[in-house]
Design a protein around this ligand. Structure first.
Ligand code: AMP
Ligand code: ZN
Length: 114
């Protein structure tokens, strides 16, 4: 997707602080971390938002959750706990229109979020 900043990161046109990559997903540090651990996990396939998920995307979404579990362990936040969250649309706080999951950890997170 031409004007998508995350597609540009996937393509290597914009640098990122990579945490994990394979043929299907990429995980990298958020540029404005909201917690000691704050990474974004994204599918390499461009999907604009949760609203645009299709039945065929169910595999990639479940794969992201399974990899998130592994990443949390590798990042040392598994035992204390962490949050995996996705924002959808304007009211949901989505600012980048490429589905992404925020993994936040390393501190006690508040609930409800703002
Ligand atoms: P959201 O507001 O849920 O759409 O989240 C978008 C996230 O992407 C924000 O937390 C931003 O800080 C983050 N972000 C935007 N541009 C970059 C970038 N070039 N590298 C890393 N993270 C970014
Ligand atoms: Zn994209």
């Amino acid at each position: 997707m031409e004007n998508c900043i995350f597609c540009k990161i996937i393509g290597g046109d914009i640098p990122c602080d990579k945490v994990y990559e394979d043929d299907r997903i990429l995980a990298f540090k958020d540029i404005e971390p909201q917690a000691p651990v704050h990474i974004l996990i994204i599918p390499k396939k461009h999907i604009s938002s949760l609203n645009d998920l299709a039945e065929e995307d169910s595999k990639i979404i479940s794969y992201i959750f399974l990899k998130a579990k592994e990443l949390a362990k590798n990042l040392g936040i598994s035992e204390d706990g962490y949050r995996l969250v996705t924002n959808c649309g304007k009211a949901g706080g989505q600012t980048v229109d490429h589905v992404h999951f925020h993994m936040l950890g390393g501190r006690n997170l508040q609930w409800p979020p703002g």
